[in-house]
Design a binder for this molecule. Structure first.
Ligand code: VLZ
Length: 135
């Protein structure tokens, strides 16, 4: 059984988000706003089907997918690129590969000590976010 990552999660720590946003060529003003924000993840999980909403007071971003089924992702409000995204379980990690213009792009989620972790990667930039469950 894969782990259950569903729920409402509040951002606690956000390490090197600016590097990740720079690698995506997100402009200065947007980066400064994004860095100052709290974020909430709302995750629903029904077998292999997921919806992940990343919410903030500035902008929201949502994806829905089935594990193992590649889909076209348009990163509207982030870097506005089109990528092919494929998400798989690798052991207890939910791993996304985003193929497109940017090399080495993707993310992974995992649970450790009741916290939700997210590593966001683009080129040589790696951002680590940790979320605490909202009861
Ligand atoms: O999440 O790729 O949970 O889509 C930070 C932008 C990057 C902050 C967010 C400002 C990337 C805008 C989120 C807030 C929406 C991301 C995936 C994994 C699912």
């Amino acid at each position: 059984m894969p782990p259950d990552i569903s729920g409402k999660w509040i951002l606690e720590t956000n390490d090197r988000l600016e590097d990740y946003m720079k690698a995506l060529n997100i402009d200065f003003a947007t980066r400064k706003i994004a860095l100052a924000l709290s974020q909430t993840k709302l995750i629903t999980q029904d077998g292999d089907k997921f919806t992940i909403k990343t919410c903030s007071t500035f902008r929201n971003y949502e994806i829905s997918f089935t594990v193992g089924v590649e889909f076209d992702e348009h990163t509207v409000g982030l870097d506005n690129r089109h990528v092919k995204s494929l998400i798989k379980w690798e052991g207890d990690e939910l791993v996304c590969t985003q193929t497109g213009q940017k090399a080495n792009r993707g993310w992974k989620h995992w649970i450790q000590e009741e916290k939700l972790y997210l590593e966001l990667t683009c080129e040589d930039a790696v951002c680590l976010q940790v979320f605490k469950k909202k009861e």
